[in-house]
Design a protein around this ligand. Structure first.
Ligand code: ZN
Length: 226
């Protein structure tokens, strides 16, 4: 892998679930900041499946990145959604899937920022994206910018929330992984399946989005190479 370090000794904290998007962000951060200046932060918020957290831990160990795991499982006590229980995954009346966890990215960013300030990092990186998942309000760029201002005021500190995937399609996120020299790595090791099947079930909305994006990217790559 290419190791460049244009960000000098700046440190970054990557919000890391072990999925395709955040694995791509983590690898990009390692290349930009250097592995010694990159940390991952992961959250146990009562996910349906523990495989997600196991994959996240494995990837951090494999890449040599320090990982901090924050326990937010108490959120289960007062929220209900398909991400954290066994109700079927469906689209709600406004088209937003019932896997939405209200306030999740706000919570994650708050904890990540507290941790970042504690280790002297200003940069907080999250793989949120409004292109493919426009139904999730806290994936929108306007929310991220607002949260950045809020965190700066809350802690009197100049945070820099970075969202490298904000306007990418899934196919373009695969392309980014490829450009980072990590297409196979992300494909093999990241976990995105809502149902918790190792290697993906191929049928849940998350697997379908991931595979459709990969097919699109590989087809466009093939077309360019012909
Ligand atoms: Zn699946």
């Amino acid at each position: 892998m290419l190791i460049s370090n244009p960000n000098g000794n700046r440190k970054a904290v990557v919000i890391f679930s072990g999925g395709q998007d955040s694995t791509t962000c983590l690898i990009q951060a390692i290349q930009e900041y250097g592995v010694q200046n990159t940390e991952a932060i992961s959250f146990n918020y009562g996910q349906r499946h523990h495989i997600e957290l196991e994959k996240a831990r494995w990837i951090c160990q494999d890449l040599g990145v320090k990982q901090t795991l924050i326990d937010l499982s108490s959120t289960q006590n007062f929220t209900a959604n398909a991400m954290m229980s066994d109700v079927p995954i469906t689209a709600g009346e406004n088209g937003v899937p019932n896997t939405l966890v209200d306030g999740r990215n706000a919570l994650f960013l708050l904890y990540a920022a507290i941790h970042a300030k504690g280790i002297g990092a200003t940069d907080v990186i999250t793989g949120v994206c409004e292109t493919d998942f426009s139904g999730y309000p806290d994936c929108r760029d306007v929310f991220i910018k607002s949260m950045n201002v809020t965190l700066n005021l809350a802690m009197d500190y100049n945070f820099n929330i970075r969202t490298p995937l904000m306007y990418l399609t899934k196919a373009q996120t695969w392309q980014l992984a490829d450009e980072l020299g990590a297409l196979d790595y992300v494909q093999q090791h990241s976990h995105t399946c809502y149902v918790g099947v190792d290697g993906g079930c191929g049928e849940c909305p998350s697997c379908q989005l991931r595979e459709k994006g990969l097919r699109e990217y590989l087809q466009s790559k093939q077309a360019v190479n012909q």
